[in-house]
Design a binder for this molecule. Structure first.
Ligand SMILES: Cc1cc2nc3c(=O)[nH]c(=O)nc-3n(C[C@H](O)[C@H](O)[C@H](O)COP(=O)(O)O)c2cc1C
Length: 218
């Protein structure tokens, strides 16, 4: 059951020195590739990183978090703001069978076309899409017996900017200024089996029935 897997998944920050098979890495990436996105916009790129020097650089980007360096592999998850350009977004709309006049209509509706609402909204909407793919990849990894941790504490457009480091990372990963690293997923096999310790707010504080304040009583 998927819920069992979700309950078992936890953030793992210490890994064995054991290689993840390539086929498994590909399956994890495929899970992200197949994730849903708004109008199928797919404004993302996922870069698999195995190179130790690149991992060290990315660890620096995360404020030197050791698990970024020590993970067997990393998936760098990138919000690609170009995904909303008329050209790129137009292509995915056309692939859905939306003709030229339909596409032009969409490009003029702020609800459907974030660039009409400004830069911040474009980033917000792009990040929104990437997070679904991240969840898919983490769960596929867990299903393959591979542990992970999301790394969101990184220098990027949404947090603090370390321009020099970001420039270096962009060069190494071959990213342009529209491609923003949102998250990295560390991947590896847990060094030790620790109990799944789900510290969460009270279920009824978060989940409601029909209207906020009504408990789910089933
Ligand atoms: C968006 C996001 C960013 C995160 N950033 C980091 C991070 O930079 N470093 C880290 O060690 N864990 C990070 N985490 C992991 C959380 O601390 C962890 O998911 C949370 O404490 C719940 O624990 P669990 O994943 O074991 O259930 C992040 C999680 C999310 C969803």
């Amino acid at each position: 059951m998927l819920l069992d897997l979700i309950e078992k998944r936890k953030s793992v920050r210490e890994y064995l020195e054991k290689d993840i098979p390539k086929e498994d890495l590909k399956k994890i990436l495929k899970a992200g590739y197949l994730a849903p996105s708004w109008m199928n916009s797919q404004p993302w790129k996922f870069i698999l990183v195995k190179n130790p020097e690149t991992k060290t650089l990315l660890s620096q980007l995360s404020g030197n978090q050791p698990h970024v360096k020590n993970a067997n592999a990393l998936i760098v998850c990138i919000a690609d703001k170009k995904g909303w350009s008329k050209e790129e977004f137009g292509k995915v709309l056309a692939a859905r069978g939306i003709g030229e006049s339909g596409r032009e209509k969409i490009f003029n509706i702020p609800m459907f076309y974030p660039p009409l609402l400004g830069e911040d909204k474009v980033l917000l909407r792009t990040v929104e899409q990437v997070t679904y793919a991240v969840s898919y990849m983490m769960l596929e990894a867990k299903d393959l017996g591979i542990d992970s941790c999301i790394i969101g504490a990184i220098s990027n457009e949404a947090t603090v900017r370390n321009e020099e480091l970001m420039k270096k990372v962009n060069e190494v990963l071959n990213l342009d200024e529209n491609e923003v690293i949102i998250t990295m997923i560390t991947l590896g096999y847990a060094k030790e089996e620790t109990p799944t310790n789900k510290i969460r707010k009270d279920f009824n504080e978060i989940v409601h029935f029909e209207r906020k304040g009504n408990k789910i009583d089933f």
